[in-house]
Design a protein around this ligand. Structure first.
Ligand code: PEP
Ligand code: MN
Length: 340
């Protein structure tokens, strides 16, 4: 941490801060400039809580020089993490493709989607059994019945299952059925839920909250890693901006930015990121060109009849075409796509 003193700070103010830093078990290195003094505090910041020094007389600002997240950072682990869960591999040139309906609606809907996405080359099946809906009057999911259908679809196709867990109390139940636990955008800052999935043996797909900064998102990942679960994938699913033509704004620069700072694989969700079926194929290709480690795409046998997010879902044919387009980009980058 760096403590920047005000130019009006007295010698006594500086001395008090140095003593306070040292009392916290850190080393204080004052650097005296002509205008002002800065004090570098060196040591274990995690327990020191130096931000409170900002309220001391003569202190202008307390700044961190390291990323606030540790376990997620490249500083701690320079090599890229690869997350494996059953048929799904994500990272290091393996572009994982997770596809399937927004919600599990029936056996026929789910099983037909599972076979179709597998045939098109997807590596995992998605489907929400517990749905966090904006309105309490919208379809809330089939809950455990839905989890059972997901397990049946896995038995039939061999595809790993990715499904959302919405409350800490459900984490164990969902872990019994799923290969990957999805933390939805609305729950990114549900810290008790992050702790619960941190204790799970299942991999986690952590969606970015629509209003969360990248630091807040990576700190959410840090909760899961700190809880003992190293298998975390980040998922950019679009953020809220002033633009209303797309459901959210999908910032693909996130991929390169986050990959520079963290070793965790980054998955792009072009379905929620755009909110329009027509935009999903091009944004899938663009995500791969940007270096994304995976895609999660909503696919429904009959999007017009979907109980949730039909307007952004692909039908089977559209998904096959999307995969064909993505494959060309992936091969130009020497990456493998889906279950290739
Ligand atoms: C979903 O994947 O269907 C979903 C609800 O996503 P998000 O949490 O990103 O809105
Ligand atoms: Mn959805």
């Amino acid at each position: 941490m760096i403590i920047v003193m005000k130019s009006s700070a007295s010698e006594q103010d500086i001395e008090t801060v140095i003593q306070d830093v040292e009392a916290r078990g850190l080393k204080a290195h004052p650097i005296r400039g002509t205008e002002r003094t800065v004090i570098a505090a060196v040591g274990e910041e995690r327990i020191a809580g130096l931000n409170s020094l900002e309220s001391c007389p003569g202190v202008d600002e307390v700044m961190s020089i390291l990323a606030p997240y540790k376990l997620a950072s490249r500083e701690v682990q320079p090599e890229q993490s690869v997350v494996r869960a059953g048929s799904l591999t994500v990272g290091n040139g393996n572009i994982g493709v997770i596809a399937g309906p927004c919600s599990v609606e029936s056996e026929e809907q789910l099983v037909s989607a599972a076979h179709a996405v597998k045939k098109a080359g997807a590596s995992a099946l998605r489907g929400g059994a517990f749905k966090p809906r904006t309105s309490p009057y919208s379809f809330q999911g089939m809950k455990e019945e839905g989890l059972k259908l997901l397990a049946e679809a896995r038995d039939q196709t061999g595809l790993a299952i990715v499904t959302e867990v919405v409350s800490p109390g459900d984490a164990e139940l969902v872990s019994e059925y799923a290969d990957v636990l999805q933390i939805g955008a609305r729950n990114m800052q549900n810290y008790r839920l992050l702790e619960a999935v941190g204790r799970s043996p299942r991999a986690v797909l952590l969606k970015r909250g629509p209003s969360a900064t990248i630091d807040e998102w990576l700190l959410a990942a840090e909760y899961i890693l700190d809880g003992g679960n190293p298998n975390v994938m980040l998922c950019e699913r679009g953020i809220r901006t002033f633009e209303t033509h797309t459901r959210f704004t999908l910032p693909l620069a996130t991929v390169a930015y986050v990959q520079e700072r963290t070793h965790l694989p980054v998955v792009i969700d072009p379905s929620h990121g755009t909110g329009h079926t027509a935009l999903v194929p091009s944004m899938s290709r663009a995500a791969i060109a940007a270096g994304a480690d995976g895609l999660i795409i909503e696919v429904h046998p009959d999007p017009g009849k979907a109980l949730s997010d039909g307007y952004q879902s692909l039908n089977f044919e559209q998904f096959e075409e999307t995969m064909a387009g993505c494959r060309k980009i992936a091969s130009a980058l020497d990456c493998t796509l889906g279950a290739e």
